[in-house]
Design a protein around this ligand. Structure first.
Ligand SMILES: [Zn+2]
Length: 116
């Protein structure tokens, strides 16, 4: 299953800032705002999938992993992002821009990888 680092781009339809990339063979598009557990529950109830943002590789790049019920039940180690859904109403997107590759600074700390 192919996974690729998520790149920052604009939604072609509504123009919102989103992250997109391959996650285990599936092309996914997520919002850039991390969710609290309560917000994640609301997103799931609204039928949106949620994803873990894993910094992987050197230099660190963001990869998206689908949060299965097993992963949701486990400890929260990563930022959680929800599948992008265009807001209702008319959209006036800007012309598409080139996706921006993201590199996470070395100082980015996670519970498992202390910054030293
Ligand atoms: Zn959109």
């Amino acid at each position: 299953m192919i996974s690729s680092p998520a790149a920052m781009t604009n939604c072609r339809r509504c123009g919102s800032l989103i992250l997109s990339g391959y996650s285990e063979g599936v092309w996914v598009r997520v919002d850039t705002t991390p969710l609290t557990p309560e917000q994640e529950l609301q997103a799931l109830l609204a039928g949106r999938d949620t994803y873990d943002l894993h910094p992987l590789g050197l230099p660190r790049k963001p990869f998206l992993w689908h949060r299965t019920s097993f992963r949701i039940r486990g400890e929260r180690k990563w930022q959680v992002l929800a599948q992008h859904v265009c807001p209702p109403g008319p959209h006036f997107p800007r012309p598409p821009a080139e996706p921006v590759e993201l590199v996470i600074p070395a100082g980015y700390s996670t519970p498992d990888q202390p910054p030293f």
